[in-house]
Design a binder for this molecule. Structure first.
Ligand SMILES: NC(=O)c1ccc[n+]([C@@H]2O[C@H](COP(=O)([O-])OP(=O)(O)OC[C@H]3O[C@@H](n4cnc5c(N)ncnc54)[C@H](OP(=O)(O)O)[C@@H]3O)[C@@H](O)[C@H]2O)c1
Length: 369
């Protein structure tokens, strides 16, 4: 195991110890709560089986597979979710930033599920322009493929743990834009298609137990960025904050959809996969990420993507009346998230701040259309 200068610098940072001590303790707390709750628990939530569950096409005669869009589908949890949902009979739309990884993932899924229906779109989720282009090409694909203009399942899974400060072309912190803003933008763009589904439809947002550690981070709420040029980038805190924002957004969207229409068939479910051995630590020096995975594995806290994905699949396949509940731990289990994540005032404020993103989208829309 090579220990280099970057690793030494990281070990000397406050953020490293936040990740190395506070995150595992938080995870242990979550499992302790889950196991305590199990003592008094009712039976686990049954999955609703969409296996080969088909949606009528626009003409109402023929039947099609439900459409599921997964972001970050080329690695870790996203690729495991794409494989599992292809097996459940979904027409899976894989969103990823690398054409090569998309091609490879599709080949791998086809080896396992020969009859899988898969479509790949190359999208950089840290660019509003790229997401807007996706909107146009996705709608065109639905049209060209003679598919009903609707989406049954959107899984906002893509995410990064960026260890250095980077600003995107849109002027946001890259981690906040990838983990949170892209999910908000994609959801708002696709919401009309999600609402247009003839069967119940769903948005699943992949958050993290680390949201529980988020405190009042002093970010410029207008730009979600003020730290982005500072040398001491509080990466662990910004990651936690991005996951808390996604959780607040999930509950607020759930509230708004169901207040607008109490019999809404659109559900919103935030999901926490626990700790999973994926490429999420790719920016952490290899000697430290390998050590972290070894320690987590020794403590029986580390899961493979195939096991870790179960809370995402549980959320995707849960009965249609389940919405606004936090899935954690697999086996259909749910628990409460942090008290801050349920604060309606904080989420309403965040919702307002997010309107600045809408303004940027409106500016981008005109040249594209
Ligand atoms: N692993 C864990 O322990 C854990 C725990 C809690 C929550 N999560 C969350 O789970 C989600 C999936 O992460 P993972 O663990 O599976 O990590 P991963 O293996 O690194 O996968 C992340 C995926 O997101 C994609 N992505 C990143 N930036 C993108 C961008 N700008 N545009 C398009 N796609 C982009 C990556 O594409 P490339 O392959 O092209 O980079 C990759 O497919 C994340 O939201 C993460 O925060 C993970």
């Amino acid at each position: 195991m090579r220990i280099d200068r970057a690793a030494i610098e990281m070990v000397l940072s406050r953020e490293f110890w936040r990740m190395a001590i506070i995150w595992p303790l938080t995870l242990v707390y979550c499992y302790a709560r889950l196991n305590l709750a199990a003592l008094f628990r009712r039976r686990p939530l049954p999955r609703q089986h969409f296996r080969r569950c088909l949606v009528p096409d626009s003409a109402g005669g023929d039947f099609k597979r439900p459409i599921c869009i997964i972001t970050g589908a080329t690695s870790g949890l996203g690729s495991a979710a794409a494989r599992a949902l292809a097996g459940e009979g979904y027409n899976v739309v894989l969103v990823g930033r690398s054409a090569e990884s998309l091609h490879k993932t599709i080949q791998e899924i086809k080896l396992e599920h020969g009859d899988a229906q898969l479509k790949a779109f190359q999208v950089d989720l840290s660019s509003l322009q790229s997401i807007m282009k996706f909107e146009t090409s996705f709608k065109q694909w639905l049209l060209d493929s003679d598919l009903h203009p609707s989406v049954q399942l959107l899984i906002n899974n893509a995410g990064i743990l960026a260890t250095s400060a980077r600003l995107t072309a849109d002027g946001f912190d890259q981690m906040i834009q990838t983990n949170y803003i892209s999910a908000v933008v994609l959801t708002s763009i696709l919401l009309p298609l999600i609402k247009n589904s003839t069967s119940p439809s769903r948005i699943v947002n992949v958050t993290s137990f680390t949201h529980r550690c988020a405190s009042n981070l002093k970010l410029d709420c207008k730009k979600f960025s003020h730290m982005a040029i500072s040398k001491k980038y509080p990466f662990a805190s910004i990651y936690e904050y991005s996951k808390l924002c996604l959780l607040l957004f999930s509950y607020e969207l759930h509230r708004q959809l169901h207040a607008e229409n109490p019999s809404s068939k659109v559900s919103v479910i935030p999901v926490d996969p626990g700790v999973v051995q994926t490429n999420i630590l790719r920016e952490v020096p290899p000697c430290l990420s390998q050590l972290a995975f070894r320690v987590l594995s020794f403590l029986h806290l580390l899961q493979s993507p195939e096991v870790g994905v179960s809370s995402i699949i549980d959320a995707a396949l849960a009965p249609s009346n389940v919405s606004g509940e936090y899935f954690f731990g697999g086996k259909g289990r749910r628990m409460g998230s942090s008290s801050l994540s349920y604060n309606a005032k904080v989420s309403a404020e965040l919702w307002l701040n997010t309107s600045i993103i809408q303004e940027q989208i409106n500016l981008l829309r005109s040249p594209i259309s």
